[in-house]
Design a binder for this molecule. Structure first.
Ligand code: BES
Ligand code: ZN
Length: 717
């Protein structure tokens, strides 16, 4: 598409200036007021200073006025002298800047040499060429994993050295040991396994990695028959048994070996080069042990702490994986599309308990060491790595069951356990509500929700184990305001909405994050009403709350389209903002209003069933919703309403229209639309300047004449 500067295309500058001056006051007021909005304390999503500044820049009259300059010979000489001085200064400046830049490039190169590589001859190669040594960092493609290998399941045993429970050897304190098997399917032949991994200690001996395969059934039967004939009857040692007593299929070395291992911290990958090619269609088991450290920065597996009632420090280890921090705890295929089943065994100190996504099978079992116990968990459902969660703590819980028998537990530190009662009631109620709304039974046998003193987000929707900041889960009517009660309800409703939309069906890639968060935002209003039996009247509040927030942000040139390419997973953190949540929710609400709730809901159920345990893109939702559009619902052109076509201008370009109404005569009015910008002069970032749809939208209009409601009409153009 050609590069066009839309600020030149407007041709409305004079009018816009007039409009801006006239509307500055009322708009500034409107924006300032949004902070009084009772639920806006929840909308703490990252805001840049320009976003939070509600003032409007208005050019002062005469600001650009130029003055006449009279020039004499003396003046000319002075000017020439000044010019030469500036030129010399510029040369010196350029020299210093280049020196500084190249100095840093050299430092960067050194830093990157921290990437370690170990070859089969045992040599360590620290001068890996691994990534292009430009100052721009790796490309988006380099950061992605190939689709040649697909993880089917992970079996992870993890021993977590959380302090404060038992004596821990100094060198082990705040670390963890992992033993991992990944079952991998080969979709394209390859002689390389790439896993995401950050700051994990992988074995340096290449013989510590095993690549196994199943023993073909016929051969295995023959071998065991032979063994049984020749040996006295004892328990067959070739048959592995798992923690639930099930027989594991027999495996043998595949003959493929790891010949080189490179840990590239820049690409956040561990790369294993193999002696042979993994065969297409085959399944392999990749096995190794590793170590890691419990993080101190609220990412991956991190340490959280609090003071108990005696003022003593207590510790717990908990995870926060979204968007890309699972790779800090376990080497894995850390992209949302690689859904896999997780089987976990957690070895934890005596006095602690372990919780994870799935229900426990064996709890607090003895190990051979008296200080350590273990807990095993059922297999998770197939899920994305960003939803993986575990916690080792001395927390307590309250428990209940939903009508359909889902075990529901709310966990907190001991001192706060009486403040969990509201969340338990709220959680059960809204889970039952969503089962009815989505018309899909909650797919897990249990749901845990835990409150943490340190937590980076407000809450996180890990499947079966939702984690919260304390203030969004705990409620004590004697101490907290009704508004805090409301925010607990809102956050619980939001995270439980994700258990279907987001967890059961997950976005293929992070560019559709807005759909995930926008949808949960839409549902949190209905969910909160279900929790409060309508008392909070949250659904009515959507326009004043979420939509108004979205308007405030999206009226600025610094906004961005809802859908924009996210090439690097690391960029996704920036996308968690008001546009993603509130505009996302508002656009979905508009689609719901156009279709009618009944049809929207039906389409949603079809979508969730069609893509369950799998991934989808926004177009998949639009197409499924379009199939649910009722007969007679047409677009502006008289064709059957198509959600994809309608949604594009609303999601692919930033901003929104303001509709002007002009009375033509006694019986007629004329409507027109124009993008609403709080400052007409402010320019969009160049990458969004070419609005794909010329800042026009199809606007559904609901209106009434003399109190009589009329059918919806379209404003196109
Ligand atoms: N998935 C998010 C949590 C999250 C946010 C993870 C940013 C990683 C980065 C969760 O569903 C969420 O939206 N939490 C909100 C609370 C909610 C009630 C608005 C949050 O943390 O702001
Ligand atoms: Zn969310």
């Amino acid at each position: 598409m050609e590069e066009i500067d839309l600020s030149d295309r407007r041709g409305l500058i004079a009018m816009a200036e007039l409009y801006n001056i006239a509307s500055t006051e009322s708009l500034a007021q409107q924006n300032g007021n949004s902070n009084n909005n009772p639920a806006s304390h929840l909308r703490h999503r990252a805001m840049s200073p320009s976003q939070s500044d509600a003032s409007v820049r208005v050019r002062k009259p005469g600001e650009t006025k130029s003055s006449r300059v009279i020039c004499s010979l003396n003046n000319l000489l002075v000017l020439l002298f000044v010019f030469v001085v500036i030129l010399l200064a510029a040369v010196l400046f350029t020299f210093l800047i280049s020196k500084y830049h190249f100095g840093h490039a050299a430092e960067n190169a050194q830093l990157k040499n921290n990437n370690q590589s170990i070859s089969s001859d045992g040599s360590q190669d620290n001068s890996e060429e691994i990534i292009s040594e430009t100052s721009h960092g790796p490309t988006a493609a380099e950061l992605r994993l190939s689709k040649s290998l697909i993880p089917l399941w992970y079996n992870l045993t993890i021993k977590i050295y959380v302090p404060g429970f038992v004596e821990i050897p100094k060198e082990k304190n705040l670390s963890f040991d992992g033993a991992l098997t990944i079952k991998i399917r080969v979709d394209e032949p390859t002689n390389k396994i790439e896993l995401n991994s950050i700051k994990l200690g992988l074995p340096s001996g290449l013989s510590d990695y095993a690549i196994l395969e199943d023993i073909p059934v016929a051969r295995h039967r023959r071998q065991t028959d032979d063994a049984n004939r020749t040996k006295p009857k004892t328990k067959n040692s070739s048959e592995a048994i798992n923690d639930s007593g099930e027989k594991l299929p027999p495996r043998e070395p595949s003959g493929v070996k790891v010949v080189k291992m490179t840990q590239n911290e820049t690409l956040e990958k561990a790369i294993f080069e193999l002696s042979d090619t993994l065969k297409k269609g085959q399944e392999y088991y990749f096995q190794f042990v590793y170590t890691g450290t419990i993080d101190s920065k609220l990412a991956g597996l991190y340490l959280t702490h609090y003071a108990d009632k005696n003022g003593a420090q207590r510790y717990a280890a908990v995870t926060q994986m979204e968007p890309t921090d699972a790779r800090r705890m376990v080497p894995c295929f850390d992209e949302p599309e690689f859904k896999a089943v997780w089987r976990l065994k957690i070895i934890h100190p005596v006095g602690s308990s372990a919780v994870s996504n799935a229900k426990e099978i064996l709890e607090n079992e003895e190990t051979e060491h008296p200080d350590w116990i273990y807990t095993t968990f059922e297999e998770s459902l197939p899920m994305s790595s960003y939803l993986l969660a575990l916690c080792v703590s001395d927390f307590e819980f309250v428990e209940g069951n939903t009508k359909r028998g889902t075990r529901f537990r709310i966990w907190s530190r001991k001192e706060a356990i009486n403040e969990t009662v509201y969340a338990l009631e709220a959680g059960k109620k809204v889970l039952e509500f969503y089962e009815d709304y989505y018309n899909i039974t909650f797919p897990l046998s249990k749901q845990d929700m835990m409150a943490f003193p340190d937590f980076s987000a407000g809450a996180m929707e890990n499947w079966g184990l939702i984690t919260y900041r304390e203030k969004y889960l705990l409620y004590n009517p004697k101490v907290y305001t009704p508004l805090q009660k409301q925010s607990v309800a809102v956050v619980v409703a939001h995270e439980l909405a994700h258990q279907w939309f987001g967890n059961l069906v997950t976005m293929k890639w992070w560019n559709d994050l807005w759909l995930n968060e926008g949808f949960a935002t839409l549902m949190e209003y209905k969910g909160t009403d279900a929790i409060s039996d309508g008392a909070f009247r949250m659904d009515e509040y959507f326009v004043y709350d979420a939509q108004d927030e979205a308007f405030g942000r999206d009226a600025r040139a610094s906004s961005h389209p809802l859908a924009f390419p996210i090439e690097k997973a690391e960029d996704v953190t920036e996308a968690f903002d008001t546009i993603t949540y509130d505009k996302g929710g508002s656009v979905l609400r508009m689609i719901r209003a156009i279709m009618g709730e009944k049809y929207f809901q039906k389409g949603l159920t079809t979508y969730l069933n069609k893509y369950r345990y799998s991934n989808a893109e926004h177009t998949d939702l639009w197409n499924t919703l379009s199939e649910a559009v009722p007969e007679g619902l047409n677009d502006w052109n008289g064709n059957k309403f198509n959600v994809d076509e309608f949604a594009k201008p609303w999601t692919e370009q930033m901003g929104y229209p303001v509709v002007n109404v002009r009375r033509v005569d006694k019986n007629r009015i004329e409507l027109s639309q124009k993008r609403f910008k709080i400052d007409e002069d402010a320019k969009e970032p160049p990458k969004y300047r070419n609005a794909k749809w010329w800042y026009k939208w199809d606007v559904p209009l609901w209106y009434s004449v003399n109190g009589e409601e009329k059918p919806m009409k379209w404003l196109h153009e």
